[in-house]
Design a protein around this ligand. Structure first.
Ligand code: HEM
Length: 139
């Protein structure tokens, strides 16, 4: 099971990015049920990702990036920004959902304009970090 988990993680990240984009598309067209469904699915996907990610790292530990020079600096900057924002996004997502649940859609919209782009950045950079770590030819 363990060797497949990074691929599962990247797939879950890609799925949540697509669901977030679809959720935004739907709310711009005033389709609230479809927006709600996509955002809740993106949330479920991200929770599942977190579970798989923690399981993998519990058993496997850290994987070092094999590259050097500029590509390594780029990788570390990407990983750093991804990690910091992955922590920042947790209270933002919970507050955004809470405000929707309480039907405070004015406040929901206000915070969601931060939540959505940051969450998208975290999901997309998660896929890029995975690709660089496991598939980029570094020599
Ligand atoms: C964390 C998950 C969610 C995110 C990131 C999110 C994101 C957004 C964004 C960015 C907007 C503003 C769109 C615009 O600028 O026109 C918005 C509006 C809205 N969202 Fe969500 N949403 C989420 C969950 C939900 C849920 C679960 C519902 C439940 C019904 C919901 C209902 C709405 C409604 C009704 C609006 C329109 C508010 C208005 O125009 O005053 N959202 N959402």
């Amino acid at each position: 099971m363990i060797p497949f988990l990074p691929t599962v993680d990247a797939t879950l990240n890609a799925a949540s990015a697509l669901l977030l984009a679809a959720g935004f598309f739907f709310i711009r067209r005033r389709n609230v049920p479809a927006h709600r469904a996509c955002m809740l699915a993106a949330f479920a996907t991200s929770v599942l990702f977190l579970f798989c990610y923690l399981t993998y790292h519990y058993f496997h530990g850290v994987t070092r990036f094999p590259g050097h020079g500029a590509v390594r600096s780029f990788y570390l900057a990407l990983l750093g920004s991804h990690t910091v924002l992955a922590v920042v996004i947790v209270p933002l997502v919970l507050t955004t959902l809470y405000r929707a649940w309480r039907r405070r859609f004015d406040l929901h919209r206000h915070i969601a304009r931060w939540t959505l782009p940051i969450w998208l950045y975290v999901s997309v950079t998660g896929v890029v970090v995975y690709w660089m770590l496991y598939h980029l030819k570094t020599s």
